[in-house]
Design a protein around this ligand. Structure first.
Ligand SMILES: Cc1cc2nc3c(=O)[nH]c(=O)nc-3n(C[C@H](O)[C@H](O)[C@H](O)COP(=O)(O)OP(=O)(O)OC[C@H]3O[C@@H](n4cnc5c(N)ncnc54)[C@H](O)[C@@H]3O)c2cc1C
Length: 252
């Protein structure tokens, strides 16, 4: 069974995001595979088929692909084209769907639930829409039976069981289970991997037009914060003073 997993290269979660001249900047923070996408790789590998990992981005995205190869994916493809540099989620979905179609005969396409930089969380559903496949989002467990699949969705109220026919798109949540660490052999294999680059011409699509524009990007307004250290002769005295302050400020 052919399986695809889509991963994004993002700034490390500890990075400090600031808006500079209307553009998001993470400074020189290291780039890593989107943490949610490691769960998607884990789910893809557990299906037991041939897993191809796909990322859309610039040359840096090869590091995310290599991480997934080191975890155990067999093949990696970088989707990259100057015309895809600033696309919106619909554009990303069109490019990823075209890559999935070009790989051919794919039965399952895995995604993380959300990218920690863009935070849209809709690329999986939009890719499913472009492909005309069912979107099984927030998936925490998967049972395949022939050409049908049953998943448990992890939602706020609990678990919801849904079923669909393959091929289908899945977005995977943390409840799926801890992703494996890259193995030593995997890291060696990944370091030598030749990763093909597919541009728009290879994908056979036009440059996608954005339907959602980002006209402005601002830092949140600075908060007026003052700090008061409560002194006292004993922990009880400090706690009492703190409790009085909390009551006086009507926090409780
Ligand atoms: C310079 C710049 C300008 C931008 N301008 C706009 C704009 O004008 N309008 C707008 O709407 N957005 C804009 N974006 C955001 C961009 O469209 C999103 O980063 C992208 O579409 C995916 O959305 P997301 O990151 O929120 O992913 P989500 O929807 O949160 O991602 C969910 C999952 O989809 C998969 N996925 C997402 N992106 C990729 C990828 N690149 N490769 C492989 N898998 C992926 C991953 O599995 C991920 O876990 C801009 C981004 C940049 C860097």
């Amino acid at each position: 069974m052919k399986i695809v997993v889509c991963v994004k290269q993002v700034p490390d979660s500890a990075a400090n995001l600031v808006a500079e001249n209307g553009v998001a900047s993470w400074g020189d923070a290291p780039l890593v595979i989107n943490p949610w996408d490691e769960y998607a790789v884990e789910a893809a590998l557990n299906m037991g088929g041939d897993v191809t990992v796909v990322s859309m981005g610039d040359e840096n995205a090869k590091e995310a692909l290599k991480h997934a190869l080191a975890m155990g994916c067999q093949e990696a493809i970088l989707v990259s084209d100057p015309a895809l540099a600033n696309v919106d989620t619909q554009g990303a979905a069109k490019a990823l769907a075209a890559a999935i179609e070009k790989i051919g005969d794919v039965k399952m396409a895995f995604f993380g639930r959300q990218a920690i930089d863009g935070d849209a969380g809709i690329t999986p559903a939009q890719t499913a829409r472009v492909l005309g496949w069912p979107a099984l989002t927030f998936t925490a467990s998967i049972a395949v039976d022939g050409d049908s699949v049953k998943v448990e969705r992890s939602v706020e109220e609990g678990r919801q069981t849904v079923s669909a026919n393959l091929p289908a798109v899945f977005s995977i949540v943390k409840d799926y289970g801890e992703p494996r660490y890259p193995s030593f052999m995997g890291i060696r294999k990944a370091s030598k991997a030749e990763i093909p680059l597919w541009g728009l011409t290879d994908l056979g699509i036009e440059a996608p037009a954005s339907v959602v524009e980002w006209p402005e990007l601002n830092n949140p307004p600075a908060k007026d914060v003052s700090v008061e250290i409560i002194e006292g002769g004993s922990p009880t005295e400090i706690a009492e003073k703190l409790a009085d302050k909390i009551m006086a400020e009507k926090i409780l």
